[in-house]
Design a protein around this ligand. Sequence first.
Ligand code: ATP
Length: 232
Amino acid sequence: MATPALSVSGLTRRYGAVTALAGIDLEVRPHEILGLIGPNGAGKTTLMACIAGLEVPDQGQVQTANGAARRDALFYLPDGVHPYPELRVAALLALFAAAFGQGSDAARRVEAALGLAPVRAKLAGTLSKGYRRRLLLAVALLAPQPLLLLDEPFDGLDLHQVRSVVALLRRLPAAGRTLLLSIHQLKDAERVCDRFALLAEGRLLGVGNLPELLVQAGLSEGGLEEVFLALT
Ligand code: ATP
């Protein structure tokens, strides 16, 4: 088995009386799309923030492939950030491309990939939710790190946009990327992920692809929804 892109062991994070994460063990395999799946408050964002190093766990460890520094191994795109709202979209992408040491055509490439051409002259702070989400995803694609942590990548996207972003993300592993996505919509997760880590109340209920999860849940057929209901 290849060295994991990331390993998490015994990760626990408490906020006062709330245990947001309770001893999470998880491996992210190289070049897979792993979904952190769970309802509101399950601990998805806390887990990503602990992995990224923005939150300090009370217990447990996070290990990157070959012990690389986290800043070299992974890029974390949190939910709800609005970088440089006063910059125009094209300028913002050019800025991030330069900051990430990418060539001059990289900004244009991600702009095209995310369908941002119609808004390239708009101020980033004036974009609709869907375009704002696509702009953030474009920034993540410019990042050079092999592992991308994307918190709710489909939030704010309409049906067509979800489909096109799913297709885009599905192409990334072949280009050498590994993805850890937090997703609360089960249907979106089924469309994009290779494997799923099911979280509820800070605990991992199961990890695997759909056939493996069906076995773990003692089911002979069904989707993620049935698995989730059977495991909770
Ligand atoms: P959502 O889908 O709503 O974003 P989530 O699965 O990402 O939820 P978290 O945001 O990780 O869940 O929250 C997990 C638990 O930890 C929740 O009970 C939340 O209220 C609590 N929590 C998270 N951050 C803090 C904080 N800074 N202070 C206190 N409690 C917190």
